[in-house]
Design a protein around this ligand. Sequence first.
Ligand code: ADP
Ligand code: MG
Length: 238
Amino acid sequence: MGQITLDHVVKRFGHQEVIKDVSLTVEEGAFVVFVGPSGCGKSTLLRLITGLEDVSEGRVLIDGEDVTELRPSERCLAMVFQSYALFPHITVRDNIGFGLKIAGLPKAEIAAKVDEAARILALEDYLDRKPRELSGGQRQRVAIGRAIVRSPVAFLFDEPLSNLDAALRVQMRVEINKLRDTLKTTMVYVTHDQVEAMTMADRIVVLNEGRVEQYATPLELYDRPANLFVAGFIGSPR
Ligand code: ADP
Ligand code: MG
């Protein structure tokens, strides 16, 4: 579960073609990072996968099923937003369970799922606090908790660490790696930070102006960059 395929995907905003014929497959259980300079189309590609944007051409498949016409809620994916997307006026418990409440799940089931997510994320002692009573890293874990309780086939992260300080970023990278080892769920992770990409990914998609320049393991990118753009971006000595 959790294989994601983009098949000749094109996205236009007006006359501007921001995603240009992208085809790639994220394998089940893989941790794939989309990396590239600001404005190259990383967020748009993620939003096309989740269905928050419609493709102009091409198809999106999840586990071989064409989901191009499905709404975001029907795609069994979870987008992890930055920690500032938490609701400030409700507790951690209610923040984590919010989506399940909206979906109409019974209270007992919500409570069980929230408790399990809190255990995985070591948030058990913080469930009755409000977001402002948490550290930046704890808030980020609450944001991840909101995704976990929905049992998605894949997690999609859009620069989740970009508003955390450097030390916390390193700590959260380790935590996301641990999460990935625990859940073994497909993860697609967007960043403009090469170091984050190189240290977290099984495979990296290097994007430039809406095109895939290379899709390879960190080692392959470092040893055999496909072109000067990739070499320059990854910081290879060549
Ligand atoms: P990244 O996440 O890599 O920084 P984006 O995917 O946000 O890049 O944006 C890619 C391009 O698409 C940019 O030129 C951006 O201005 C444009 N774009 C993104 N969303 C919209 C939109 N809703 N309407 C018009 N243009 C957009
Ligand atoms: Mg972006």
